[in-house]
Design a protein around this ligand. Structure first.
Ligand code: NI
Length: 399
C-alpha cells in the first residue's frame, strides 16, 4: 500500500494523469485477463475474485458476494462529504468470439462483446487513483462492481441487497464504452438518455379447421396479421410526436401446414419509451387493440405486458460537474449525444438517486466496431482515459 498523496488544487490534472500513466499497463493486463475469461450473468465468480484481489492489493475495504457475485468497495476521503457511487458492470455475452487477438476468449461461445471487461478494469483504475489521493477528497466513494447487466437483473438485485444504503448514496455515476465514438472522445445526454424496455406477448386464440373451409373456423393468422398492422399506429397515431417511442414485433409463431387453420398464434415484441406517459399510452393501446380483435375478428387475445427496466435519467446535478471535470482533465473532448432507445439497468439506480451515465469513446482508428458483435475489439486506450475522466469527476464532486 502506497503512502496517500494530498493533492494541491492546482495540481489535480497532473497528479491524476501521472498516477493513471503509472498503472495503465497493469490495467490493460487485467483487462486482457478478464477478456480471456468471460463469465455470464451471476456467474462472475472468477471476475469478482480478480476485482477483490485487486482491491485487496490496493488496500481498499470491500465486500464480496453482494447479489451473488457483486463486489462493493469503499474509499473514505480525508474530510466528510457526500457519498458518490461509481458503478461498473462485469458480465459477458453468449457470443463466439471471432478475433485473432492473443487475449481472445478462451471459453467457447462466451465473449466480452459489450466491453464490460473494460468497464470493470476502468473502475479498478479509478479506485486505485482515488485511493491514492483519498486525503484530498471530502466525502466517500462507493465502488459498485455489478453482475448481470446483460440479463437485466443485476442492478435490481444489488439495490435489493442494499448497495445504495449504508452509507447512503447521494449520487451515482455510471459509464459505458461506445465504439462508434473515437477513443479519446466522450459523450453525454441530458435528461432521459436510454429507454424503458418493456416486453409484450399476445396469444391470439381462434378455432382450428380445414384451410378449405375458413367459414367453419376462426382464423388467428389473419387476425394476427391485422393486429400487427394495427400495432403500427400506436407510435404514429397515439404518441406525442416529441415523445420518442418504438413498438417492434420481433416474433410471430403459428401454424404448421399449408392446409390447416391453426388454433392460435403467438406474437412477441418490445416497447421502448423515454417518458412514463408514453409507456402508459403504449400499454393501454396494445390492450385496447387486443380487446378489439375479439369484436372485429372473433379471436380472443390474451396480452402479457411486462414492464422491464425504466428509462435512464441523467440528472444535471451530476451530469454538469462530470462534463466539466472531463473538460478540465482532458480538454474539449466531450460532446452532447442524442438519447438512444437502447436500455440498461443502471437506469434503476438513476430512478433512485441523482445519476449520470458517461459515454466513453472506445473506437480504434480505422475500425468500425459495434457492441455485441463477435469481432468487437475496442481501443484499450479508453481505459486510461476513462480512469482519468471518472477520477477527476469524483475529485470535483467531492471537492
Ligand atoms: Ni453493455
Amino acid at each position: 500500500m502506497d503512502t496517500p498523496i494530498t493533492v494541491l488544487p492546482n495540481d489535480v490534472q497532473a497528479t491524476i494523469a501521472r498516477i493513471t500513466g503509472e498503472i495503465e499497463q497493469h490495467l490493460i493486463a487485467v483487462r486482457r485477463d478478464l477478456h480471456a475469461h468471460p463469465e455470464l450473468a451471476f456467474e462472475e465468480v472468477r471476475t469478482a475474485g480478480v476485482v477483490a484481489n485487486e482491491l485487496t492489493r490496493m488496500g481498499i475495504a470491500h465486500e464480496t458476494g453482494i447479489a451473488q457475485t457483486g463486489v462493493v468497495g469503499i474509499i473514505n476521503g480525508g474530510r466528510p462529504g457526500p457519498v458518490l457511487a461509481i458503478r461498473a458492470d462485469m458480465d459477458a455475452l453468449p457470443i463466439q468470439e471471432r478475433t485473432d487477438l492473443p487475449w481472445a476468449s478462451t471459453k467457447p461461445g462466451l465473449m466480452h462483446a459489450c466491453g464490460h471487461d473494460i468497464h470493470t478494469t476502468t473502475l479498478l483504475g479509478v479506485a486505485d487513483v482515488l485511493h491514492k489521493i483519498a486525503p484530498s477528497l471530502a466525502g466517500t466513494v462507493k465502488l459498485i462492481f455489478q453482475p448481470a447487466e446483460e440479463a437485466i437483473g443485476g442492478a435490481e438485485q444489488m439495490i435489493e441487497a442494499g448497495v445504495l444504503e449504508g452509507p447512503k448514496v447521494d449520487m451515482a455515476i455510471g459509464f459505458h464504452n461506445y465504439p462508434h465514438i473515437p477513443v479519446g472522445e466522450f459523450s453525454f445526454c441530458p435528461g432521459p438518455a436510454l429507454a424503458a424496455a418493456d416486453m409484450f406477448t399476445i396469444e391470439v386464440h381462434g378455432k382450428s379447421g380445414h384451410a378449405a373451409h375458413p367459414y367453419a373456423a376462426i382464423d388467428p393468422i389473419v387476425a394476427a396479421a391485422t393486429l400487427i398492422t394495427q400495432l403500427q399506429t400506436v407510435v404514429s397515431r397515439e404518441m406525442r410526436p416529441l415523445h420518442p417511442a418504438v413498438v417492434t414485433v420481433g416474433a410471430i409463431n403459428g401454424g404448421i401446414a399449408h392446409n390447416i387453420i391453426p388454433d392460435s398464434v403467438v406474437i412477441k415484441g418490445t416497447v421502448r419509451t423515454l417518458h412514463k406517459e408514453a409507456q402508459d399510452i403504449a400499454e393501454r393501446a396494445i390492450q385496447r387493440m387486443c380487446d378489439g380483435a375479439e369484436i372485429a375478428m372473433r379471436t380472443r387475445c390474451t396480452l402479457t405486458y411486462e414492464r422491464g427496466v425504466p428509462a435512464m435519467l441523467n440528472d444535471d446535478r451530476v451530469l454538469e460537474p462530470v462534463v466539466e471535470a472531463v473538460r478540465k482533465q482532458l480538454g474539449d473532448v466531450i460532446h452532447r449525444r442524442e438519447p438512444s432507445m437502447g436500455a440498461e439497468d443502471f437506469a434503476l439506480m438513476s430512478q433512485m438517486v441523482p445519476a449520470f451515465q458517461l459515454g466513453i469513446g472506445s473506437g480504434a482508428p480505422g475500425r468500425a466496431d459495434r457492441l455485441h458483435n463477435s469481432g468487437y475489439a475496442p481501443d484499450e486506450a479508453c481505459i486510461g482515459l476513462g480512469v482519468q475522466a471518472l477520477a477527476r469527476a469524483a475529485v470535483e464532486i467531492l471537492a
